[in-house]
Design a protein. Structure first.
Length: 185
């Protein structure tokens, strides 16, 4: 039995049949987090599938902000002792050439996306607040690229995994304070 299974909070977090005694909320394990746009996006959020303000454009996967270009990817943070990982949807600022290579591949107008270098364009509250250099690694067809940090605390988090308490800290920083709901039956 993995040590994590001995943590009553972990068991409550993964029991979809358990309702929180204070509010009735249920949990079924690790859920994804993400940002709808890069941190520097100055316009209102999307009400449809795309936002267009002047020359600036934003959809679920691509962003053009002035002369800057961004791609949305997924930063995977394995949880030590668990079979699952936190998938964090973040944006990465990339070079124009890489942005358009990704777009051409997505539209089947060019070769498959071979990956790129970039910088995370969203903070990861609790782990990183400064822009972090990263690699965008192509996923399977139709999947967003994987974001692999190449500096800072995220390297260790992706390589060694995060603790359950760090996972709860990340959820809390994203506005989901789960600890009171996992404290007792």
């Amino acid at each position: 039995m993995p040590l994590l299974d001995l943590d009553a909070r972990w068991r409550r977090f993964n029991d979809p049949d358990r309702a929180c005694p204070c509010c009735g909320q249920t949990f079924a394990g690790i859920f994804d987090l993400g940002f709808e746009h890069p941190e520097d996006w100055p316009h209102p959020p999307a009400e449809g599938t795309e936002v267009a303000v002047g020359a600036d454009r934003l959809n679920a996967d691509l962003c053009r902000l002035g002369e800057r270009r961004f791609l949305r990817g997924v930063l995977m943070l394995p949880v030590r002792g668990a079979d699952d990982a936190l998938a964090y949807g973040l944006w990465a600022e990339v070079a124009h050439e890489d942005f358009y290579r990704y777009l051409d591949a997505a539209l089947d107008e060019g070769p498959a996306f071979a990956g790129a270098r970039g910088h995370l364009a969203n903070p990861v509250p609790g782990l990183e607040t400064a822009p972090v250099a990263c690699d965008l690694v192509p996923g399977d067809a139709g999947e967003r690229p994987q974001l692999v940090a190449s500096e800072g605390a995220l390297v260790a988090a992706q390589t060694d995994g995060i603790s359950f308490d760090t996972l709860l800290d990340l959820y809390e920083a994203a506005g989901h304070d789960l600890r009171p709901h996992l404290a007792a039956d």
